[in-house]
Design a protein. Structure first.
Length: 653
């Protein structure tokens, strides 16, 4: 269990306020039921005012004030925003873009992940903090850096080039092995030694695809290495658990690898109150966080009480939206509700970002809502530390994400959207979903969905086949198992060994295209219809498929694939579906129903309201009605009403 759960609080930046405000902060924190404050996230310039000159007096004072009233401290290592003096004295810490632009000082996160100088200074700062607060009873957790990779996830500097070469040398051993893996016989790209290899900086045409993928992997690892450096320092001087705040489905970092290096996962997410699908995106992020931690509780480290400041137009959160997405986090495994930030700033770029204490102070809608949420969360203490059961898994993979976003592809496919389309269909069926790492053991799941897993390893192929052999229904979609992990076409042709699993062979891709270049086309992709038992609208993609050992459930109606299979089902040990297009709307719902029926997975509740979210955690059934309409919900033989925008929390066995 995460110490001091449930956490209720947020980022607290006392250095932005005169000391007379601090006592008011403490008073209001107690009023709101705050249990934990995240302190020090952007404090480097206040902790080390000049090279080697440290000032901990103010931090000592605020930690003591918090501790005196029983509020725990999630202590940040303050390394996310180096002070101006450091960049001035050592410009080599600054990151460089692919176009060769050096990013300057004056905002935040202006450091190169591969800068030895940045690393040396960051390490010294963390050592000082750990020496001082490593055994402080107020410190409930350590929070390394902040949102690694948020603004700068890849650096193309000369120093990064050196680090990239070292990473490649470690991976490939010899330049011959690299040439082979990267397929450098193409376009005269052969390298004579590692010294010739560069990051994929701005270049005339398509970069080598494997170079790009390896640079993505390296860049995720370079930041992870910084986190690990901090972890080592903390571990040597403190027993408190260590986390760092993730950012949901964040493309630059392979969170499967990162999650292995934290004591508990934590996440920041800001659903857009103006976008009705954002509660489903939020649910997806919560389920991902739980899955990253192997099912263990995680922490919602940042959310907003109302508006953010970084969208074009920043809608406020209604009372109901704030309550429902908060309860959603707890229902999906969070052991608390933390916010950015405690007191809304009155200076700087985030002064229009909501806080727990708004500019208007305590006599406001937002502060009253915060107080109510703190009380409601305290009432859910029994749920803390408990897990959430899911019988459905979606396989999620950063290599495939990175490969699909490369320009040289059959079509520009949005991996995040494709994964979300499947998540959404299952969410609307009131079914709980886990995410699974390719190659991970899938036993325990009754349904395994594999959307556009373009890159596969033998282990990934085997895990899905084994799950099917053990009785799980599987559904694989188009553009899966096309490439191996060096981006060569898979052995045996598209789908590799899944040709037998699925009973299909894929001959040729036929994405639907607008007459113009895809990127200049209207939003979305052209739609078509598919016909048969599962008929309806599909978008974006068709392909020539041969059903060698599978029943055809729908066929394409247009283009070179017309008349050929669009959806197939092989009935082996358990059903194995192949879906050769992107189903839309009702068709997606019908496919989800068919898959769930095959898998024997029953929804948690029965209701006609798709926006009624249902999740079970710790013996409680959370029913969250995100709709504008009241919902009638059947739970077993009991029927109840959940009013529009309301929640019901029932005890279940
Ligand atoms: C991120 C950061 C915070 C703050 C918020 C604003 O989550 O971690 O410091 O900038 O965004 O939404």
């Amino acid at each position: 269990m995460i110490p001091r759960a449930p956490w209720f609080g947020g980022d607290y930046n006392p250095e932005q306020w005169p000391r007379e405000v601090w006592d008011d902060d403490i008073r209001l924190m107690q009023k709101a039921g705050v249990t934990v404050a995240t302190v020090g996230v952007f404090s480097w310039a206040h902790l080390e005012t000049a090279d080697g000159e440290f000032d901990f007096e103010w931090l000592d004072a605020i930690i003591e004030k918090l501790h005196a009233v029983g509020i725990g401290v999630d202590l940040a290592t303050a390394t996310a925003s180096p002070p101006p003096w450091l960049a001035l004295a050592h410009p080599d810490i600054l990151p460089v873009t692919a176009d060769g632009v050096t990013l300057g000082v004056g905002s935040r996160q202006h450091y190169s992940p591969s800068s030895a100088t940045y690393r040396r200074y960051a390490k010294r700062l963390v050592e000082k903090l750990v020496a001082r607060y490593g055994h402080h009873p107020a410190v409930v957790a350590w929070h390394t850096n902040n949102e690694y990779g948020c603004h700068v996830s890849r650096c193309y500097s000369d120093e990064s080039a050196v680090a990239f070469r070292a990473w490649l040398q470690e991976k490939y051993g010899t330049i011959a092995a690299l040439n082979d893996a990267w397929g450098t016989a193409f376009w005269s790209q052969r390298y004579g030694s590692f010294d010739e290899v560069l990051p994929p900086r701005a270049m005339p045409s398509f970069p080598n695809p494997t170079q790009l993928l390896d640079f993505d992997r390296f860049s995720s690892d370079a930041l992870l290495d910084l986190h690990r450096m901090e972890v080592e320092v903390i571990r040597a001087g403190s027993n408190a658990p260590i986390t760092t705040n993730f950012m949901g489905l964040f493309e630059p970092l392979d969170y499967w690898k990162w999650a292995e290096q934290v004591d508990f996962v934590s996440d920041d997410f800001y659903p857009d109150p103006a976008d009705e699908s954002s509660v489903i995106v939020a649910a997806m992020h919560r389920d991902l966080m739980r899955s990253l931690g192997g099912g263990k509780p995680w922490m919602l480290m940042e959310q907003a009480t109302s508006a953010v400041n970084w969208r074009t137009r920043n809608a406020p959160k209604s009372d109901s939206q704030y309550r429902l997405v908060s309860l959603q986090s707890v229902a999906r495994g969070s052991d608390g509700l933390m916010h950015f930030q405690w007191r809304q700033s009155n200076r700087g770029a985030e002064k229009f970002h909501s806080g727990m204490v708004p500019h208007g102070g305590e006599n406001t809608r937002v502060f009253r809502r915060v107080e109510a949420m703190g009380a409601e969360l305290a009432g859910l203490a029994d749920v803390m530390g408990t897990e959430v059961e899911a019988k459905v898994a979606i396989v999620l993979d950063w290599d495939s994400w990175w490969a699909l976003r490369q320009a040289a592809n059959p079509a520009q496919l949005d991996y995040r959207r494709t994964v979300f389309a499947w998540y959404r269909a299952l969410w609307e069926k009131h079914v709980t979903v886990d995410f699974a790492r390719p190659g991970a053991d899938l036993s325990g799941y009754d349904l395994v969905v594999v959307p556009t897993l373009q890159v596969v390893t033998d282990a990934a192929l085997a895990a899905v086949a084994e799950a099917n052999a053990a009785g799980a229904t599987v559904a694989v979609t188009y553009q899966s198992a096309i490439l191996n992990d060096t981006l060569g076409v898979v052995d045996g042709g598209y789908l590799g060994s899944w040709q037998d699993l699925l009973g299909v062979r894929v001959e040729e891709f036929a994405p639907y295209a607008f007459p113009d270049q895809f990127e200049n086309a209207p939003a979305g992709a052209p739609t078509t219809t598919i016909a048969g038992e599962l008929s309806g609208t599909a978008s974006g993609w068709s392909e020539i498929v041969h059903a060698t050992d599978a029943e055809v459930k729908a066929t394409f109606t247009e283009g070179i694939a017309a008349g050929g299979p669009a959806i197939t089902r092989r009935s082996g040990e358990a059903p194995a579906w192949y879906i050769a297009t992107q189903p839309e709307g009702e068709l997606m719902g019908a496919i989800a129903d068919a898959l769930l029926a095959d898998a024997g997975v029953t929804p948690l509740v029965a209701t006609d309201e798709p926006r009624l979210e249902a999740v079970v955690r710790g013996g409680k059934l959370f029913l969250l009605n995100h709709s504008d309409e009241d919902a009638t919900v059947s739970v077993g033989s009991t029927e109840l009403q959940v009013a529009a925008g309301e929640a019901a929390i029932l005890s279940v066995d």
